[in-house]
Ligand binder design. Structure first.
Ligand code: SF4
Length: 239
């Protein structure tokens, strides 16, 4: 659906906590936070569970995340007495058999489609709204993000409470509240994804470095070269 089926409020002057409070009130258990364990999610998890101790968060588990990411997931689950829902695509072995070994080297867009976009579609399929950590200053593709907008790609409301936050704003909040955050941020990784596609770097320059690719497709229209679906594989929820 290209346009929202109902009118969305203008919450551009609202704080992140106010935006999340509105989202919880409006969507209840049909709302979930997409958690990729960047520092932005450290802030959002704290705000979400303050607003709703039974709030939902999910992760796209590509099976290729850093060990530190899995450790942080466990820390978050313990801190908030919650279970992060995890969505997966095909196994690494299935993917290699059907598309060749190390698809992330030969066609990272297709790999993201299989391991991220397919699972994300499954994860979003039962929701009315999702919360993301995107900020307008992260990349040109994110520069026009609103705090509350219609996500035409996936057909639900998309909530970006930190859209107008700077990098410094996020770090200030993380440190002020002593929030758990990804340890690789302290090793020069500004943005953290899968092991094969993440290097240290500022902003998003360490993601798919040297390939020209800057987004995995979660926050933009489907990219050329991506398979329309993950043939033969349904994403599965593992937790
Ligand atoms: S970030 Fe890399 S390894 Fe992860 S799904 Fe995308 S292409 Fe595959």
């Amino acid at each position: 659906m290209a346009e929202a089926p109902f009118e969305l409020p203008d919450l551009e002057s609202a704080s992140a906590a106010e935006v999340i409070a509105w989202a919880v009130e409006t969507f209840g258990s049909d709302l979930a936070l997409a958690c990729s364990f960047q520092k932005e999610e450290s802030v959002l998890l704290e705000l979400l569970y303050a607003a709703d101790p039974k709030g939902r968060a999910f992760a796209l588990d590509t099976d290729l995340l850093f060990p530190e990411t899995y450790d942080l997931l466990a820390t978050v689950e313990q801190r908030y007495s919650t279970t992060i829902e995890r969505w997966r695509g095909p196994t690494i072995e299935q993917q290699a058999a059907e598309h060749g070994a190390e698809l992330w080297k030969t066609n990272p867009t297709a790999c993201c489609q299989l391991r991220k976009i397919g699972p994300l579609k499954e994860g979003l399929s039962g929701l009315s709204a999702w919360i993301t950590g995107i900020r307008r200053d992260q990349s040109p593709a994110r520069a026009n993000a609103k705090k509350v907008e219609w996500d035409a790609q996936f057909g639900l409301v998309k909530i970006n409470p930190l859209a107008d936050w700077s990098d410094k704003d996020v770090w200030r909040e993380v440190h002020a509240k002593s929030l758990p955050y990804h340890p690789l941020h302290d090793q020069g990784f500004a943005s953290i994804g899968c092991v094969p596609c993440t290097k240290p770097g500022e902003g998003r320059e360490g993601r798919w470095a040297g390939t020209g690719k800057v987004e995995c497709g979660l926050h933009e229209d489907q990219q050329d070269g991506a398979p329309a679906a993950a043939p033969g594989h349904s994403a599965i929820q593992v937790a």
